[in-house]
Design a protein around this ligand. Structure first.
Ligand code: UDP
Length: 334
């Protein structure tokens, strides 16, 4: 099978590339190396079935180049990370809305199928016990740049759905909930790599707000096979699927756990949102997925524990210190 991946040099994209090459796919990646890095692909560069094009999803020619001849396309390229979105709202809106339109048009013309990576951010401030795919979206003011990512991704989904309805484009949507793992950078937000780095460096762990906001972190090693299976399932076309972790944790408890696991002496400090981001920033208090739809279709049942996730991120960050088993204060949860 020939697969094209936009954003294939990113954190999730690079794991997907490895997964698909191992499954015998020929893989072509388009990435503009803005937040993605060639270093993420160092294990596959030179592989005979791997092709790389440096370019933007805003450039139709570049998109056509990787999509040409592909049986399926994964559209992962996007401006991501709360810091990036808040600091560069216009660029993010253009990339995330217009870039997706370019990809949809290219894929429609090529005859391939498409998997669109969306996000749990689309639910906004909905704090339900268990967000189903049909749950309402509760977004803040359109004038707050914080919501531009959620707004743009919601429009992307609407575009994809309209292409399915109107043109029969075989497109499936996945909504990713706080995917974490090796290679994820904390530079653009992303709490786990940030706190792990701080703990290893002996710096204070910066928990924003009161730390009681919760998330369900999922492991990239569980997410990538699920995305792949969904892309191979015709029943998924025209549908959206939540993919998240099953364990809800507050950010303050997460920080404490990271300190314990890394064996760090770092203190944990609470940083007001206005200081961490900008004036008027709004966070999501809670975000818990109902994964039953993806479980029903492809058996999605994430097994990696949060402790394992944290340890894998820590190992990736600084193997020399963290790989020493004696350095761990607790044993792995099974
Ligand atoms: N967060 C934090 N400290 C950091 C970075 C993030 O306390 O150094 C918080 C952030 O405010 C949010 C949660 O951690 O409540 C998850 O943030 P992330 O940017 O990883 O994901 P998202 O907000 O998209 O769920």
């Amino acid at each position: 099978m020939k697969t094209a991946i936009t954003g294939g040099a990113g954190f999730i994209g690079s794991h997907l590339v490895e997964h698909l090459l191992a499954a015998g796919n020929e893989v072509a990646v388009l990435d503009n190396l803005s937040t993605g890095r060639l270093e993420n692909l160092k294990g596959v560069i030179g592989h005979r079935n791997f092709h790389f094009v440096e370019g933007s999803i805003l450039d139709r020619d570049a998109v056509d180049k990787v999509v040409a001849g592909a049986d399926r396309v994964f559209h992962l390229a996007a401006a991501v990370g709360v810091n990036l979105i808040v600091d560069h709202p216009l660029e993010s809106l253009r990339t995330n809305i217009h870039g997706t339109e370019v990809v949809l048009d290219s894929v429609l013309e090529s005859g391939a199928s498409l998997l669109l990576a969306s996000t749990s951010e689309v639910y906004g401030k909905n704090t339900s016990d268990s967000l189903s795919e049909e749950a309402d979206r509760i977004l803040g003011s359109a004038l707050k740049s914080r919501w531009t990512y959620a707004a743009a991704k919601g429009i992307d989904e609407a575009f994809a759905h309209a292409y399915w309805r109107q043109f029969g484009l075989p497109v499936a949507i996945v909504r990713l909930f706080n995917t974490v793992g090796p290679r994820q950078t904390g530079r653009y937000g992303m709490v786990v790599p940030r706190l792990v780095r701080q703990a290893i460096a002996g710096e204070p762990l910066t928990v924003y707000g009161d730390g009681h906001q919760t998330r369900c972190f999922s492991y990239v090693g569980d997410i990538v096979p699920a995305i792949t299976r969904i892309s191979e399932e015709p029943l998924a076309y025209g549908q959206a699927f939540n993919l998240g972790g099953s364990y809800e944790i507050s950010i303050l408890t997460l920080a404490k756990r990271i300190v314990e696991l890394v064996g760090s002496d770092s203190p944990i400090i609470l940083v007001p949102y206005e200081q961490a981001y900008s004036e008027g920033y709004e966070d999501m208090r809670r975000r818990v997925p109902d994964n039953s739809k993806a479980y029903g279709l492809v058996g999605f049942d994430p097994k990696t524990t949060l402790d394992q996730i944290i340890m894998n991120v820590a190992n990736d960050y600084k193997p020399a210190k963290v790989l020493d088993p004696a350095g761990w204060k607790i044993t792995l949860a099974s």
